[in-house]
Design a protein around this ligand. Structure first.
Ligand code: MN
Length: 190
């Protein structure tokens, strides 16, 4: 069964041609997975995906996440992806949407810690308000991050910022540090 929220995902792809997963409904549970995929498409970029109510809310981050709190990384919100996408690695064929190589650059769990006016916010509320604060527990990315929607301009444009905590590391930039997959160990040129 397909999910209306995944309509755009389905429309963008020809599943006879791409090895990417089809959209299916998953049972709703309390898990909060995150994944960052390194995607060597026309331009290399990183896709940050956070599990929210049975889909992966997704942002394309051209320069990739950084552990340096001084960096404000553009993160363009894109269509929701199915949960199965969290483990997808492979080659999207030439001529298809997002053609190129995808690896799972990092994965783990996240925790939404967004608070507004001293009240805890759900992920839906945080996304709606354009300000999400969350903890990542991945193999590479750890600690507190924020996603903040830019005012003015395109409403899909957000900034991804590492908070200055014990995990912050000005020397760590994903575009150059540890390019290997955390699933297969392969680098993005597979
Ligand atoms: Mn992508």
């Amino acid at each position: 069964m397909s999910d209306q929220r995944l309509k755009k995902y389905m429309e963008n792809r020809d599943f006879k041609k791409t090895p990417e997963p089809k959209a299916t409904i998953q049972s709703l549970d309390e898990s909060n997975r995150f994944v960052v995929q390194m995607h060597q498409a026309r331009r290399l970029h990183f896709d940050l995906r956070l599990e929210v109510n049975g889909v992966l809310k997704s942002w394309a981050v051209p320069k990739g996440p950084s552990m340096n709190p001084q960096h404000k990384r553009l993160a363009v919100q894109v269509e929701d992806h199915p949960l199965e996408y969290a483990t997808f690695e492979g080659i999207i064929p030439e001529g298809e949407y997002g053609a190129g190589t995808v690896i799972v650059w990092d994965r783990g769990v996240y925790r939404n810690i967004t608070v507004k006016n001293r009240i805890e916010q759900s992920m839906e509320q945080a996304i709606e308000a354009g300000h999400i604060t969350f903890l990542l527990l991945g193999r590479k990315l750890k600690g507190e991050f924020a996603l903040i929607r830019l005012k003015g301009g395109k409403e899909n444009n957000w900034l991804l910022i590492k908070k200055n905590d014990e995990w912050a590391n000005p020397a760590y930039d994903s575009a150059t540090n540890e390019p290997q997959s955390v699933l297969s160990g392969s680098d993005y040129k597979i």
